[in-house]
Design a protein around this ligand. Structure first.
Ligand code: PMP
Length: 314
């Protein structure tokens, strides 16, 4: 997916032109992967652009930074305002937002204590992550030979740039072998998550998802799905999932900001259910997409409306 620049990027409290948002090659982040970030979407609702679960994403960004001892001089509220500012100024009706905190140019040793913290927020247009047909038709996945990191190696609750070296191994192996995505196990061999998304399984009308202890990122879409399921009185359980449960599931789906909710139609070439999107997946998708697109009431308080930039009159 080629990246289409927008006009402005927020950097340490100011809006700067997209082209000026540069880091030096000898920065700490380029050498050691010292960054934490977020991925957020905003949608074009009938009432104008609205950001999905902005507060929760911002909080997770600050949590990730705290785990890595990065002091961000901005509160959750300031970061939320900055996010709205950058969305408004770039004027896209819908898109993707990338808040990014990195250790910049200063000292070059592994100890990052004396490197400057740079905070950026960018936004751009981004379509369907696993292709246009994924949401209805589903994708083919494999179990990866790569595992997620154990909690005492790289903590999965932090959305850190370096974690995505592991994600890249999972994703590249999957696509090289003809699959859309890989499903990683955790260090004890239980189901963890995809390279950039959480996973849910349906069996006999019950929704299952791996617990936070299975080296997963605490996904905000995952949490939204659990809230929707509880509201719809669909039983939902966070519990250990052995690999073989994937193959005998009635339904399986990935969820995340990029993939939204995408059914999995096969794992390791074994068809899941009848190899098509299942009825429960569809019901949850309908409610989820209805809310985020502003067709259904925002009952859970997930949307932050953004005032749209006034069109410049000729
Ligand atoms: N796991 C990983 C590894 C991810 O990168 C993502 C995407 N942020 C997710 C799960 C899903 O999280 P969310 O629903 O908050 O986007």
């Amino acid at each position: 997916m080629p990246l289409k620049p927008t006009e402005m990027i927020w950097h340490n409290g100011k809006l700067i032109p997209w082209a000026d948002a540069q880091v030096h090659v000898m920065s700490h982040v380029t050498n050691y992967g010292s960054s934490v970030f977020e991925g957020v979407r905003y949608y074009n609702t009938p009432a104008g652009p609205a950001i999905f679960r902005l507060k929760d994403h911002t909080r997770r960004l600050l949590d990730s930074a705290k785990i890595y001892r990065m002091d961000i001089p901005y509160s959750v509220e300031r970061m939320m305002d900055a996010t709205c500012e950058v969305v408004a100024v770039n004027g896209l009706p819908s898109g993707y937002i990338r808040p990014l905190v990195l250790r910049g140019y200063g000292e070059i040793g592994v100890n990052p204590s004396n490197t400057p913290i740079e905070v950026y927020i960018a936004t751009w247009e981004w379509g369907k992550y696993l292709g246009h047909d994924a949401v209805e038709g589903g994708v083919d996945a494999c179990v990866s030979s790569w595992h997620r990191m154990a909690h005492n190696t790289l903590p999965s609750a932090a959305k850190a740039g370096a974690n995505y070296m592991n994600s890249q191994l999972i994703k590249m192996e999957a696509t090289a072998n003809g699959y859309a995505e890989g499903i990683a196990l955790d260090s004890s061999g239980l189901v963890s998550e995809g390279s950039g998304e959480n996973i849910f399984l349906v069996r006999d009308g019950v929704l299952y998802t791996p617990p936070l202890s299975a080296s997963i990122l605490p996904g905000i879409t995952r949490d939204s799905i659990m809230q929707i399921a509880r509201d719809m009185e669909i039983p939902v359980q966070e519990r250990d999932i052995p690999r073989e449960w994937l193959y005998i599931a009635d339904e399986l789906f990935f969820c995340g900001t990029a993939v939204e909710i995408s059914p999995i139609r096969s794992v390791d070439r074994i068809a899941i259910g009848n190899g098509k999107r299942g009825p429960l997946t569809r019901r949850i998708q309908e409610r989820f997409f209805g809310i985020i697109q502003g067709r259904l009431a925002d009952e859970f308080g997930w949307l932050t409306p953004v005032p749209v930039r006034e069109p410049v009159s000729a």
